[in-house]
Ligand binder design. Structure first.
Ligand code: IVH
Length: 684
């Protein structure tokens, strides 16, 4: 499939150059901020560059491009989230980098620690503070600079494990603190998706959690499946709590998630034993931890010890050393992804890092390979980014023998032999044989069956590889023609698991239109794009009838995405696939019944049962974003006002819909009032 690039019409050369410069700069500063955690410019300077680019793009639509930073929801913090002065500063922790450092802390606190210590695992996430009033979650903020945080209430509400109401006796104002995180698996999946979409990868779960929490659209946060663990109460005394142990027990009894690995340790030796015990065991946890936080148990002692300018004296973070190993890079192979992108991958002599054996590591692209100066046969330094993703840092030049070889990207697809192409403006080489390259089919099927797609439980990588290898699946629709007897021919597949897989395939037929769209793997169309398309065009016939112009007229769909969708729909082969899926009874491929309503996301039920119409110009978000926000809170949205409408949110210059709402006596609020409803958790 080829994709048309934005037409370079009617844009003065100077504007084009400036836009390119701004995009490069914004991408660089975004990476410095999110990936390297080392910003070079202040938020307002970033905002100014961003605003300049946006106004250029508005002025010259020919400049539009899906990879523009303006297409990304969120952006850097401070840009859109309200600032909140924290009731009590959120401090950091002093680190102990080895056992001696830990010993020094234990010695220093020998007396104050006589009532024991509490050891907790240090979670690699983002610190947040949650405020509950009379048991109800009313506001959540990030740590910000420790004194002023950002209000991320709506996004925190999208975290399923965060209780919106505390259990038990929890009157008055209670502020609790903890860490928002992404489990390893979600982190890896998120990065996989970003790699497919050509977006920059998150370097570690902390950056990924921060990026996810700072989304403007809470429904995006909801999809990222963040978790949260609490570990402190701002004013424990007001709750009659006088030790860290009691604090953790109280948090648990109030229904707040507390990580289970904590332990009361009566003395120094038991603290050290805890540290040793978790050194390797931590790799069995679903989330990444890079250390142990040791806290004096007795909170009376806390006030006596006090704080330094940035950290309490009654706690320390013991950091496990990051594991970096040296191993031989025996080969570089080229893997072919779902969209045909050819990626160099290092083949390594197996080495155990952070608890698991590493055999392969993506080298991303040829440029990166050259930059790192890696050759085949090199001894290389390897570590896991965020303790999860294997990464080749670079060669150990002193170990070269002279027999190492430079690697060259092949000019053909290594799987099907088709000459590779490089699309204009792209780094990656691609195999253009979308129709029958087995590698693309395999990756396409993996994606099709994945959780964000058709969600076929049990159709894992090994099964997919066999289905393709044995020729049982030659096109995605073949999945729905598989019989139990076919599956029983696969390795390690008994009658029972074959039946389970048949059942899972059957169940997946009921996935909605948006899931099918995401599953098809249309270039540039991720989960979010699929939802926008499904909401705008309802079903396959609706989408097939949409012109490139009407596609790109939808908020959130730029011209390149529109061109990609159109070219997908125009391919005879894809039309055949859609027709077959419809004949096979796949719900998402069938025409929508007239009364079918979009299914609300249930991350919050604040607006459940309400039918909301947005009209006029909104200031802080686009209409699509506003609708997503409303849906994330359980509302249904529609574009016309009727007797069934429960609420109209009127922006600037609202016209006939507002008049109609007034005539029908439908409740009308402005944008600020609507946002206040979401913030306060009250609709009245
Ligand atoms: S207590 C006043 N406990 O680590 C001390 N922090 O490097 C408050 N962290 O800013 C922190 N797990 O974001 C505490 N079990 C834990 C933690 C933890 C992770 C984070 C926290 C803090 C950072 C300091």
């Amino acid at each position: 499939m080829s994709t048309e690039l934005p037409r370079k019409r009617d844009v003065p050369e100077e504007a084009r150059r400036r836009a390119e410069f701004l995009r490069r700069e914004l991408a660089r500063h975004g990476r410095l901020y999110y990936v390297l955690d080392a910003p070079e410019i202040a938020d307002d300077e970033y905002d100014a560059l961003f605003a300049e680019l946006r106004s250029l793009e508005e002025r010259y639509p020919g400049l539009d491009s899906p990879d523009s930073p303006t297409k990304r929801v969120g952006g850097r913090p401070g840009e859109r989230f309200e600032k909140v002065v924290l009731s009590v500063p959120m401090l950091s922790l002093d680190n102990a980098l080895d056992m001696e450092g830990l010993d020094a802390f234990l010695q220093r606190t020998l007396h104050q620690g006589s009532e024991g210590y509490v050891c907790e695992l240090k979670i690699d996430g983002l610190a947040v503070s949650l405020l509950y009033e009379d048991g109800v979650f009313v506001r959540g903020t990030t740590r910000g600079d420790g004194r002023i945080g950002e209000d991320v209430t709506a996004n925190l509400r999208a975290i399923r494990s965060l209780p919106l109401r505390l259990s038990g006796d929890a009157g008055g104002r209670i502020e609790v603190r903890g860490e928002v995180l992404l489990e390893r698996r979600q982190f890896a999946e998120l990065n996989e998706e970003r790699e497919e979409l050509g977006e920059p990868l998150f370097a570690n779960p902390r950056n990924a959690a921060a990026g996810s929490l700072r989304q403007l659209d809470p429904s995006v946060t909801a999809k990222r499946k963040l978790s949260i663990y609490l570990y402190s109460v701002v004013d424990p005394r007001s709750l009659g709590l006088s030790s860290q142990k009691d604090i953790l027990l109280w948090l648990g009894s109030a229904g707040l998630p507390v990580q289970s690995a904590w332990e009361f340790c009566p003395d120094g030796p038991s603290v050290k034993a805890f540290v040793e015990q978790w050194r390797e065991k931590r790799f069995t946890l679903p989330y990444a931890t890079d250390g142990v936080v040791v806290k004096i148990n007795d909170t009376e002692q806390w006030s006596g010890l006090g704080n330094t300018s940035h950290a309490p004296r009654w706690a320390v973070a013991f950091k496990y050393p990051p594991e970096e190993k040296i191993t031989r890079l025996t080969d570089i192979i080229v893997s072919v992804g779902r969209t045909g992108a050819m990626t160099p991958v290092a083949v390594l002599e197996p080495v155990v890092i952070s608890g698991s054996t590493v055999r392969r590591a993506s080298l991303h692209n040829e440029d990166e390979l050259r930059r790192k100066g890696i050759r085949i046969g090199d001894m290389v330094r390897v570590r896991k980014a965020g303790e999860i993703i294997p990464e080749v840092l670079g060669p150990v030049p002193g170990k070269r023998t002279g027999r190492e070889r430079e690697f060259m990207m092949p000019d053909r697809c290594p799987v099907c032999g088709t000459p590779a192409v490089r699309l204009e403006g792209e780094v990656a080489l691609r195999c253009p044989n979308r129709a029958s390259c087995p590698a693309q089919l395999r990756e396409g099927l993996r994606h099709f069956a994945s959780r964000g797609g058709m969600d076929i439980r049990g159709m894992g990588d090994k099964i997919v590889a066999q289905l393709i290898g044995k020729g049982l699946v030659r096109s995605l629709s073949d999945v729905y023609r598989l019989k139990r007897s076919d599956l029983e021919t696969l390795e390690r597949m008994g009658p029972k698991s074959a039946q389970n897989l048949v059942d899972a395939v059957e169940q997946s037929k009921d996935r909605p239109f948006a899931a099918l769209l995401a599953a098809l793997g249309i270039r540039f169309v991720g989960a979010r794009g699929a939802e926008i398309l499904a909401a705008a065009f309802r079903d396959v016939p609706g989408l097939l009838a949409a012109s490139e112009g009407s596609l790109s007229a939808v908020e959130g769909i730029g011209p390149v995405m529109a061109a990609s969708i159109r070219s997908f729909l125009d391919s005879g082969e894809n039309r055949k696939l859609l027709g077959e899926l419809s004949e096979l009874g796949i719900r998402g491929a069938l025409p929508a019944s007239p009364e079918e309503e979009p299914v609300p996301d249930e991350s919050s039920t604040l607006l459940a049962g309400m039918r909301i119409v947005f009209t006029g110009e909104l200031d802080s978000m686009t209409r699509t974003e506003a609708e997503a926000l409303a849906k994330a809170h359980g509302a249904a949205c529609s574009s016309s006002v009727s007797g069934k409408t429960s609420l109209v949110v009127a922006g600037r210059e609202a016209g006939s819909k507002l008049s109609k709402a007034n005539a029908l006596g439908v409740r009308v609020v402005n944008e600020e009032e609507f946002l206040e409803m979401i913030r306060s958790g009250r609709t009245s």
